[in-house]
Design a protein around this ligand. Structure first.
Ligand code: CLR
Length: 382
């Protein structure tokens, strides 16, 4: 039944909300949603999903050939999808509307060194408020692996679902024992948010995303959901193909299965990914020790209100933060200054995106980037 999962008192606001989505396509972040669908977590926390299986991230450096490493990057990437796209359903019952970060909002975290995998650290900064853009940097220095990226969304409405085009990309770099760098360009899948009518939204992935290695190896990942008559939800098929013009002895491989459970090597049947076991959430400093721009400190009262069902307090505190932001922007305009980013510098072009994107005809052919300034909290302090 329509609105089945919506509390009785919020049914009409939910209908209103769905209608407003349909008319205000582009950016959903500023739409007012009914309380039951609000999440107490800000979007600046989401880049942590990239590393909730830190051992798979670290294992990239153990690859012995370009193909082996490309396979390990693909394995790590597929293994992040369950966290990225289904974890709110698991922890909160459905997909929810995250807190819309303020300009300059920060999120720091780390995954401790365990079993020799090395310490992995995360630095996130909200680099734009309108439109919302989140930049992130993840590094495992002992394994010489870094991931840098930015994330934005363009939304539209189709067939009762929200369609989310992910704008932005990530680049992964691993420095090999001989000092050479191997780079990977990672593009992101399209999202379809289904189940809106019933008030229990969830994400399905669609279309194709790519991981292009500077060695020439390319992963082409195709996503499918449950079809009307057949098929399973959260399905993917990935082809790992050799560099253009590579000689014999360079065999392609393919992998298929479900990104939220397990997948196999298509030819051999060997297990490729298995995310049925536990993942490791990011370690974050206590709220009391965080600076005022750090996400959990900044949103503390709002998040508490949402968690405890005190939506009046949540709304009041949210307005306070937003008004303060508006005042800041007015003061800057009056003083002819602009907000200075802390950890990232914006560049109109990303040479790596252009160079690697050309190999698989990436669209758009060029994108901007946010370059990390290597000035995050010192390791151990985060
Ligand atoms: C952000 C980048 C992460 C992956 C990811 C997962 C869930 C996405 C989120 C991104 C962007 C914001 C998002 C969210 C799901 C719902 C939410 C699209 C892409 C929108 C703004 C809220 C819609 C409101 C309905 C749930 C009612 O790596």
């Amino acid at each position: 039944q329509p609105g089945d999962a919506v509390p009785a008192s919020q049914k009409s606001t939910w209908t209103q909300f769905i209608k407003s989505i349909a008319s205000v396509s582009g950016d959903l972040s500023s739409l007012t949603a009914p309380p039951f669908i609000l999440s107490p977590v800000s979007l600046t926390e989401f880049p942590a999903y990239w590393c909730e299986r830190p051992e798979l991230f670290a294992a990239i450096s153990e690859g012995t050939t370009p193909k082996d490493r490309a396979k390990r990057v693909l394995k790590w990437f597929i293994s992040t999808l369950k966290g990225q796209y289904t974890s709110r359903n698991e922890t909160m019952g459905s997909e929810k509307k995250p807190l819309n970060p303020v300009l300059g909002e920060l999120f720091y975290g780390q995954w401790p060194d365990k079993n020799g995998r090395g310490l992995t650290s995360l630095v996130v900064e909200q680099v734009s408020h309108h439109p919302p853009i989140t930049a992130y940097y993840i590094a495992n220095p002992s394994r010489k692996i870094t991931l840098q990226g930015h994330s934005a969304q363009k939304t539209s409405f189709s067939g009762g679902n929200i369609i989310v085009k992910q704008v932005g990309h990530a680049t992964l770099t691993v420095t090999l024992p001989d000092g050479q760098k191997e780079d990977y360009l990672i593009t992101l899948p399209r999202l379809r948010i289904e189940g809106l009518w019933f008030g229990s939204p969830y994400i399905e992935l669609a279309e194709t995303s790519y991981i292009q290695s500077s060695s020439g190896w390319l992963s082409t990942i195709k996503y499918q959901g449950k079809g009307y008559f057949s098929g399973k939800s959260h399905t993917f098929k990935a082809d790992l193909t050799p560099p253009i013009g590579a000689g014999s002895g360079t065999q392609a491989s393919s992998y298929e299965g479900q990104w939220n459970t397990t997948s196999k090597d298509t030819k051999t049947g060997a297990v490729f990914t298995d995310v049925t076991g536990p993942k490791e959430e990011v370690t974050v400093r206590q709220v009391e020790e965080q600076g005022e721009w750090e996400s959990r400190a900044l949103w503390f009262k709002v998040a508490k209100g949402i968690r405890e069902g005190d939506f009046d307090t949540a709304a009041r505190e949210k307005s306070r933060i937003e008004n303060e932001q508006r005042q800041r922007r007015r003061d800057e305009a009056a003083a002819s200054t602009t907000w200075q980013l802390k950890h990232f510098v914006h560049q109109d072009e990303d040479p790596l995106y252009e160079r690697l994107g050309r190999l698989f005809k990436a669209l758009p052919p060029t994108e901007d980037t946010y370059v990390y300034q290597n000035n995050g909290p010192t390791i151990g302090g985060a």
